[in-house]
Design a protein around this ligand. Structure first.
Ligand SMILES: Nc1ncnc2c1ncn2[C@@H]1O[C@H](COP(=O)(O)OP(=O)(O)OP(=O)(O)O)[C@@H](O)[C@H]1O
Ligand SMILES: [Mg+2]
Length: 359
């Protein structure tokens, strides 16, 4: 059925060791099950995006991971170590393995940029010279060497988040957690921060767990995505394949803003049973989406369709195509032939209705 996502992808590292493993984790607040049996793994070196609407349980998941919140049941392993039930004291060394960046940066305003970055190292007991040397390296990594002596109040949002990233990396964590780290930034600054995170992921092999309600964030940097809804993981997979063929209704809703949709003025007038033209959606992804589908369709069945809307996106270097076409329907055999042709080429085809009024 899902021929649209049957192709293998290049980013998979199934053999890589797990940095995080959650097994059936539950956390309830009164009558609200914030996490309702979450099982999830994050592999070394990957960027996993977690998406979900407000209240889905994303921040609770992150707080359970860094030990700020205790799970009611289930197990959480970080680098192979079970952290469930650990005392505050035993959690300390594990917390140092996790760096964290926040929506509102959480910098100390009375400290300079380099002091903010060096702070986690002070807590670790490093001497001042060493701390400043490491802070300088990190500021170089995030492109802010010239701001070492500046105070946070003099920085832009994007610069503040770069300081946040440098600080999160100070203690050389195994995992970087990001809770809506770009939500307070404009689109261009968001892109530069995402490029920085992707660069660090590739350069240092850093494992990143990104929590976001912005689909574009996941689309542009994540390797895999998990969709959380009402405290449950409802869908999970490689980003290009989930974005090409979202299965869960909530995933379809979350992605509706960045996947082509039939224009409202057309969908509003469709009839479910009859009309001059049959309107079809066509989804293809991966190797199946390469090639001259519409040119071939024109040649095989001349005058068999009109292109209505759609386009080709590229996610993780894989083409992800979604088009809407109108097929003359006065003779019922033509829509059938068109559908048969498209399906034979690996497309997922759906009849959305009939349009009597396209002029
Ligand atoms: N400390 C708490 N006390 C009571 N209820 C809580 C607490 N923390 C979270 N919840 C509830 O648990 C559910 C999940 O909350 P959570 O903050 O994890 O959602 P979220 O996915 O991060 O949402 P958002 O996108 O708005 O940040 C919500 O219904 C929330 O009201
Ligand atoms: Mg949240």
């Amino acid at each position: 059925m899902n021929s649209v996502v049957s192709a293998p992808a290049s980013v998979a590292t199934p053999q890589a060791e797990e940095v995080v493993r959650l097994t059936d984790v539950k956390r309830r607040f009164g009558a609200t099950p914030a996490l309702d049996g979450v099982s999830l793994t994050v592999r070394k070196g990957e960027i996993l995006g977690i998406i979900g609407r407000s209240g889905a349980g994303k921040s609770t998941l992150i707080r359970c991971l860094n030990g700020l919140e205790q799970a009611d049941s289930g197990e959480i392993h970080i680098e192979g170590r079970n952290i469930t039930g650990l005392t505050e004291k035993d959690l300390q060394p594990l917390r140092r393995r996790i760096g964290m960046i926040f929506q509102h940066f959480n910098l100390l305003s009375a400290k300079t940029v380099e002091e903010n970055v060096a702070l986690p190292l002070k807590i670790e007991g490093l001497g001042k010279a060493e701390r400043l040397k490491r802070a300088a390296e990190l500021l170089d990594l995030v492109g802010l060497s010239d701001k070492a002596k500046a105070y946070p109040s003099s920085l832009s949002g994007g610069q503040k988040q770069r300081v946040g990233i440098a600080r999160a990396l100070a203690a050389r964590p195994a995992l970087l957690l990001s809770d809506e780290a770009t939500s307070a930034l404009d689109p261009e600054t968001t892109r530069s921060i995402l490029a920085l995170l992707k660069g660090i992921n590739q350069k240092l092999g850093l494992t990143i767990l990104l929590i976001t309600h912005e689909m574009e964030v996941v689309r542009s940097v994540a390797d895999r995505v998990a969709v959380i809804d009402a405290g449950r993981i409802v869908e999970e997979g490689q980003v290009w394949s989930v974005f090409a063929d979202p299965q869960a209704p909530i995933t379809q809703r979350l992605l509706s803003g960045i996947r082509p949709q039939l224009p409202e003025h057309i969908s509003a007038r469709l009839s479910p049973v009859s009309g001059d033209e049959q309107i079809l959606s066509i989804d293809m992804a991966g190797p199946a989406a390469q090639g001259a589908l519409f040119a071939d369709l024109s040649q095989a069945l001349p005058q068999s369709f009109r292109l209505v809307h759609g386009g080709i996106d590229h996610i993780q270097d894989q083409p992800v195509a979604r088009f809407f076409i109108a097929v003359p329907a006065r003779d019922a055999s033509l829509p059938e032939k068109v559908q048969t042709f498209l399906k034979a080429r690996g497309a997922r085809v759906e009849v959305l209705g009939y349009d009597a009024n396209h002029a």
